[in-house]
Design a binder for this molecule. Structure first.
Ligand code: GLA
Length: 672
């Protein structure tokens, strides 16, 4: 698949700054204070109307536009652009009362109740009709307003209705399968339905993977693919209508790209977005939340082949409300997180939400204006950030340069690991990918986290962490990458099954066995708390396997235990300088760092000083460079650099101090 991207101008003239704005929760007298504070903070765009359907359409085809007209007007008068939402994420109560069949049904056949959001089955054609009616009404009324600059389709599609197992979905699933396989024989072959004699005589006999008992993994994987496609189809239906009415306005929807396999397959959705948008929230406890920020940006940027800027559509000024214990951000963290996202390729900083809600399910979620009002740490930092972003205007449109290290990430592989029973059911996909990303991030190496079908040319190192499911084409291109002199690192439980989720025979990891010069006879998963030790001092947990070398050299062997003396980490040297490294055991983070240090020269990066805790990022145009210096540490960092520091407006002659917890951005011209 080739990922293309429409050539779309950015919706705001500077870096986008603002957030979800839900004025319907407040008296109109508060709206005047809102816009005054927005101007004070430098807000230039808000996402409006995301959850307003129930207040805009009061009965079928009956609309109350007056209040929305007023707010649209007010924002326009104050020079604030609107990222206008189609309000389909939250259907009105009257609609759900009339259509009790709309809410999604879980795998155990319990139906969701109204009262939350995304409470609709993506395959239901009647729901689609109602949704497109409100989309048309909103688009026809407001789409031509000059300060309506972008469409925000629904909200986090899949966050609540990622899978629906109802009868309507079951019928749609059968249609999807028929289109994919053509004949039921082909499906039987792909799913291996001879097992337990589940052979299907007709598509009519197929059901979604309902219930709690063990199901065919190939069926479950296809159901995950189908579910993503159904939601994409909903997005595309809204998008087509919006393009019919306002052909020139960019259309997006907000992704939830983090380190776990996503509800939907974002890499396959990306070509349908004019501007890619992401919602990212740090979690607690997270040993390195800053790395999670970097990880999401490194993934977002690599969803397009031209690495163009994306938009941080939501994050939080301080605590969220959906964790068991919701940590408030420390002073300075709001600005550091926001500018880290910009360093990783976002051309905007948007929050959920403008004003913290007084009522409703999210009343204890932070906002840009907290419950205590504007005379607060949060609003002061929001205002300071607004000033910073204005000073960063020259960064708009610049790109993060191509990295030398690529890490493969594929939702299908993550889904396939998560569903069904495995030799060890405690191998979270996201954690494995993040552990490898962390090793490079700590060294200051630029990293792209890319879908397996992207081009590998240009990378020196390609990491394949726990890529359980691998297509033949990916395996072939990984071999070509090594043949061209690249370093390939494959980690446990990669290359095990093909695209149908059937095991690749002849020894694990089937897809990479030849290039690695190894074959694994048997897995030896560990029990909780059990550890292993290798003869070079590395330790690890969760996973070991019995590897045979067939052309590879051994880097480390097991010491003690049932695999005593057997190979654990190997490298196969290829002609032309290529290397294929197999890390067959679940080695700890410091062992990963150690291995990486022994194999790969650190990225020299844009500054020569490597200071612990100082993250250095770069964005560039043909003529200019912007060096982002983000001090996550507790001490001031001093480094040698020259250029114009954008946030303080000072010229840096030879050295710059980045205060502890703070950020600086140095603009310099590239040598001609
Ligand atoms: C998501 C949603 C928002 C809000 C935030 C809270 O990202 O899109 O509407 O619920 O979570 O963190």
């Amino acid at each position: 698949m080739t990922l293309s991207h429409t050539d779309q101008p950015w919706p705001t003239t500077g870096i986008s700054f603002g957030g979800d704005y839900n004025p319907e929760q407040w008296d109109p007298s508060v709206w005047r204070e809102d816009v005054a504070l927005m101007r004070q903070a430098g807000v230039n765009m808000v996402s409006l109307g995301i959850f307003s359907w129930g207040l805009l359409e009061t009965a079928e085809g009956v609309y109350d536009w007056a209040w929305f007209d007023e707010i649209v007007e007010l924002l326009g008068e104050n020079g604030i652009a609107i990222d206008l939402a189609t309000p389909t994420a939250a259907p009105p109560s009257w609609l759900l009362a009339e259509h009790p069949e709309f809410p999604p049904v879980d795998h155990d056949m319990t139906q969701h109740w109204p009262g939350a959001r995304l409470g609709w089955c993506p395959s239901n054609p009647d729901f689609r009709t109602h949704a497109l009616r409100i989309v048309r009404a909103v688009a026809e009324r407001y789409g031509s307003r000059e300060h309506v600059v972008m469409w925000h389709v629904s909200n986090e599609l899949g966050g609540g209705n990622g899978h629906c197992y109802c009868d309507v979905s079951a019928a749609a699933f059968r249609t999807w399968l028929e289109k994919k396989y053509g004949t039921v024989e082909k499906l039987n072959e792909a799913w291996g339905t001879a097992f337990w004699g589940h052979y299907y005589r007709s598509f009519k006999h197929i059901l979604p993977p309902r219930g709690n008992d063990s199901k065919n993994p190939s069926l479950m994987l296809d159901f995950d693919r189908f579910s993503s496609d159904e939601l994409l189809d909903h997005y595309l239906a809204e998008r087509a209508l919006l393009k019919e009415i306002t052909p020139d306005l960019p259309v997006t929807t907000n992704f939830m790209v983090g380190a776990e396999p996503d509800a939907v397959d974002y890499a396959r959705w990306a070509p349908h977005m004019d501007i890619l948008a992401n919602d990212h929230y740090t979690r607690s406890p997270d040993p390195v939340p800053q790395q999670d920020v970097a990880f999401s940006g490194d993934r977002m940027r690599s969803l397009t082949t031209d690495r163009r800027p994306w938009l941080l559509m939501e994050h939080s000024t301080s605590a969220v409300n959906w964790q068991p214990r919701n940590r408030a951000k420390n002073p300075g963290e709001l600005i550091r997180d926001a500018i880290s996202h910009v360093a990783h390729g976002s051309d905007g900083v948007m929050y959920f939400q403008w004003r913290a809600s007084r009522a409703g399910a999210e009343q204890f979620h932070s906002g840009m204006v907290p419950h205590a009002g504007p005379d607060t740490k949060i609003f002061r930092e929001v205002t300071a950030l607004g000033g910073h972003l204005q000073r960063l205007a020259p960064v708009l449109g610049s790109r993060v340069p191509a990295a030398k290290v690529g890490i493969l990430f594929d939702n299908e592989a993550g889904w396939a690991i998560r569903r069904g029973v495995k030799p060890n059911n405690f191998l979270p996909y996201g954690a494995a990918v993040r552990a490898w990303h962390a090793a490079f991030w700590r060294r200051g190496d630029g990293v792209d986290v890319l879908p397996p079908w992207n081009d590998y040319a240009g990378y020196d190192t390609l990491v394949v962490p726990q890529l359980f499911l691998v297509a033949d084409d990916t395996a072939k291109r990984a071999e070509e990458f090594v043949a061209m002199g690249g370093t390939l690192i494959v980690t446990p439980f990669s290359g095990i099954v093909d695209e149908n989720d059937q095991v690749r025979l002849g020894g694990y990891p089937g897809a990479f066995r030849d290039v690695l010069g190894v074959w694994t006879e048997e897995f030896y998963p560990l029990q909780e708390g059990e550890t292993f030790r290798l003869d070079n001092g590395w330790n690890g947990r969760e996973w070991t396997e019995h590897v045979h070398v067939a052309g590879a050299d051994v880097i480390a062997r097991y010491e003690g235990g049932p695999l005593d003396g057997e190979p654990a980490v190997t490298v196969r040297a290829h002609l032309g300088g290529g290397r294929a490294v197999y890390v067959s055991a679940g080695i700890d983070g410091d062992a990963i760092e150690n291995l990486v240090a022994g194999l790969i020269e650190p990225d020299r990066g844009p500054v020569s000083d490597k200071i612990p805790g100082l993250e250095v990022g770069i964005r560039e145009t043909d003529s200019d460079e912007f060096v982002f210096l983000i001090n996550h540490g507790a001490d001031d960092a001093e480094l040698g650099i020259r250029g114009a520091e954008l946030l303080t407006g000072r010229t840096v002659e030879d050295s710059l101090v980045v205060p502890a917890g703070d950020v600086r951005v140095v603009h310099r011209r590239k040598a001609a």
